[in-house]
Design a protein around this ligand. Sequence first.
Ligand code: OFO
Length: 165
Amino acid sequence: MLSQKMKDALNKQILMEAQSSQAYLAMGSWSEIQPGLKGVTQFFYRHSDEERMHMLKLIHYVNERGGFAVIPALAQPVLTFVSLKKAFEQLYEHELKVSESINDLVEIALGEKDYATHNFLQWYVMEQMEEERLARDCNDKLELIGDDKSGLYLFDRDIMTMDKA
Ligand code: OFO
């Protein structure tokens, strides 16, 4: 059985994953109308789907452990970006916040002596490590590319095969 504190904290994480999914969906919709960003668009949409999966995993867990997963209302995400680099910077910052939030959850689980939740959260800890690395790689590449159009062309092509593994 989850403690009230744990339930509340997990429900907050459900909101965060839902917000992540919306934010990346908005990035995908923005990049889809920019010329030549087919690969990037696919990446954002795929990432949005993954965040939804993270949210669902939490929903099932909370409900299976005797809680009630609350489906949250969402604020409109940022819709437009001055550049692709800015969108990726935002994605990276967002992932850092998610990691922080997962770490807080781990701390709460330990404090509550809730070892089942602690164990459940380890998947998210590993996932965040990979997501941070991927977002950092993308930012580093875009930094190198600068305004070089052929670099951007290659980035868009390569991101289709860049994965977390
Ligand atoms: Fe990328 O955040 Fe979910 O966990």
